[in-house]
Design a protein around this ligand. Structure first.
Ligand SMILES: Cc1ncc(COP(=O)(O)O)c(C=O)c1O
Length: 387
């Protein structure tokens, strides 16, 4: 049994979630339920392997070894039924960095890039920072979950979207996309000549009853028109180790991305390679236990809201440790909502509008922490917002 009920002491390590509160919210003493990493100790085998690696003082130039590729390939075969070869994999330090390189390599200034808000803020920032135009096809809110509005999605593709940045599973709405939805996306993108950038960073964090389908497994056509970004960082809480990968089956697209990565000498830190190798090889049981704990946290939040804050809307997430909460029933402006969270509840959450206009009245809650800290945060929110 791994320990998920023990709060890791993270203060004083320069970690964003706990140590950047003053910088970001102007107050260092908030309950930090924002940045998307977790407060749990890492896989013990990883801690040991990294400690052992530091005993050998060889820290010179290092390449991705066979053990690393074996781990990545075996993990994807076992967890995602995805068959990969070494050649399919391009190493990048981070997923956002990878997305930036893909946009630079496969699109041109002024090209249109489609996204489906509310969505991860860098999906707006990456194309905009490179002078691409954004096309927005907002998700539609169904009875029990968010969905893609395919009529609008197709209309936006018709406007000439060169690329679609897809969040699969989706941050912040927690959707795990079903085969039918994925087939629609691929079919439409293929019809309009749109490349799919499938960000699958959350794909290991899927709750029972749902199954992540990699875009690459949708059809041969999907393999031709898509590039996947993938990483152990969210799953195993090692974002600071900077190890991520792009998976590209189409040799022509891969060649263009590889050329740009080579041009800028992009590389991964030796500890990143080692960490990816260890967690994918030895972390499956840890992940299974983590998922049980996180699902318990999600259920706890939903029942807490139902009994104590019934005006707040929330869906049970299908994936990941981020929850999208709808406070619009309080009729506050976004600024007033966030001020109340900070000054009255004294809790740090992500503001919904950073995920797009559709996020007005919403906040994103990070449940990747101990149940005790989560409860403390929710009690404070209830005290501030309760009737
Ligand atoms: C969808 C998505 N992509 C990428 C990232 C971050 O990736 P990285 O830290 O590897 O750049 C996040 C982090 O929350 C995310 O939610």
């Amino acid at each position: 049994m791994y320990e998920f009920d023990r709060l890791l002491m993270r203060k004083g390590t320069d970690c964003s979630k706990w140590d950047a509160l003053r910088q970001t919210y102007g107050d260092p003493d908030l309950v930090p339920l924002w940045v998307a990493d977790m407060d749990f100790p890492v896989l013990p085998e990883l801690e040991k392997a990294l400690a052992a690696r530091t005993e050998n003082s060889t820290f010179g130039y290092t390449f991705a070894g066979e053990g690393y590729y074996r781990s990545v390939i075996d993990w994807n075969a076992k967890r995602n039924d995805l068959s990969l070869t070494k050649e399919d994999i391009l190493d990048v330090p981070g997923v956002v960095c990878g997305l930036s390189f893909i946009i630079a390599a496969l699109t041109r200034p002024e090209d249109k890039v489609l996204i489906t808000p509310p969505v991860y803020p860098h999906f707006f920032g990456v194309p905009k920072s490179q002078g691409r135009q954004l096309l927005l096809s907002p998700l539609r809110r169904g009875n029990e979950r968010y969905e893609i509005d395919f009529e609008d999605f197709e209309a936006k593709l018709k406007e000439g979207a060169k690329a679609f940045i897809f969040c699969s599973p989706h941050n912040p709405v927690g959707r795990v996309w079903e085969r039918g939805e994925l087939e629609n996306i691929v079919e439409l993108c293929a019809r309009y000549g749109t490349i799919i950038l499938s960000d699958e960073i959350h794909s290991d964090l899927v709750f029972p009853g749902h199954k992540h389908i990699p875009i690459l497994n949708v059809s041969p056509e999907a393999r031709d028109i898509s590039v996947t970004a993938f990483a152990p960082s969210k799953t195993f809480n090692i974002a600071g180790l900077k190890s991520s990968m792009l998976i590209v089956k189409n040799p022509e697209l891969r060649g263009r991305i590889r050329a740009l990565l080579d041009q800028f000498h992009v590389g991964v830190n030796l500890f990143g390679y080692k960490a990816a190798e260890i967690v994918y090889r030895e972390g499956e049981k840890w992940l299974e236990e983590l998922l049980v704990y996180l699902e318990g946290n999600a259920q706890f939040v939903v029942s807490f809201l139902k009994s104590r804050l019934p005006r707040v809307g929330a869906y049970l997430p299908e994936s990941t440790y981020l929850m999208w909460l709808d406070f619009s029933g309080y009729g506050l402006t976004q600024e007033a909502l966030m001020e109340k969270m900070r000054d009255k509840a004294r809790v740090a959450l992500n503001s919904g509008v950073t995920f797009g206009e559709e996020g007005k009245g919403h906040v994103r809650l990070n449940i990747g922490t101990t149940r005790a800290l989560l409860q403390e945060g929710l009690e404070k929110i209830a005290a501030a917002f309760g009737e």
